[in-house]
Design a binder for this molecule. Sequence first.
Ligand SMILES: Nc1nc2c(ncn2[C@@H]2O[C@H](COP(=O)(O)OP(=O)(O)O)[C@@H](O)[C@H]2O)c(=O)[nH]1
Ligand SMILES: [Mg+2]
Length: 209
Amino acid sequence: MSDDPSVYDMHIKLLMLGDTGVGKTCLLLRYAYDSFSPTFITTIGIDFKIKHIHLDGLKVKLQIWDTAGQERFRTITVSYFKGAHGIILCYDVTDRDTFENVRHWIEQIKKYGEREVKIIMVGNKCDKHSLRMVSTSEGSTLASEISVPFFETSAKGNVNVDEAFLKMARDAKEGIDRRTKEDEGRASESSLMLDGSGKGGKGGKGGCC
Ligand SMILES: Nc1nc2c(ncn2[C@@H]2O[C@H](COP(=O)(O)OP(=O)(O)O)[C@@H](O)[C@H]2O)c(=O)[nH]1
Ligand SMILES: [Mg+2]
């Protein structure tokens, strides 16, 4: 398998989503560069990071988009959601409001997201034990209510970050694989209809006329 980053078998577009300050940029930097900056990073301009991983023997290029601070106004433009295969929906376990807002973000995803987009929910800053406001069981209860996988992470302590992104990538890949199969199924159905033989492909028994 080639080590050339320009060679890959599958491209997956992921988005970071959630209230401002929950740690979206830090999670992305931790995952992409294994680094953590304690100073507040104001995201200027929509930005993405690339990470190459191997999944089921395939070379996968993850393109992970970060918000540009527009989440502060709780409005993300439709274009941000366009073509996304997966969304990492984040809240801060030390800030209950950000947890309550998960439902708001789910509504936004329903409204603007691609029909089959996959979601995972992440409760970040689990290293801040004494400041925790949202328990793990509250997180997992909400996650099962909205039927999404759930992780508690710490970008600072590097807890569960790789695991969360890997799960996201796997689910997104499964979605892409399923759609590809469906498309192939539809394509062979329509070739059957065009062919008219009921057997499909060349070499079938002539058409209807
Ligand atoms: N203790 C702790 N602080 C974090 C963690 N992740 C982010 N932060 C801090 O939370 C603040 C906001 O992080 P940032 O990534 O800019 O949030 P964003 O607005 O969601 O992109 C920064 O001061 C970070 O240093 C974490 O896992 N643990
Ligand atoms: Mg940010």
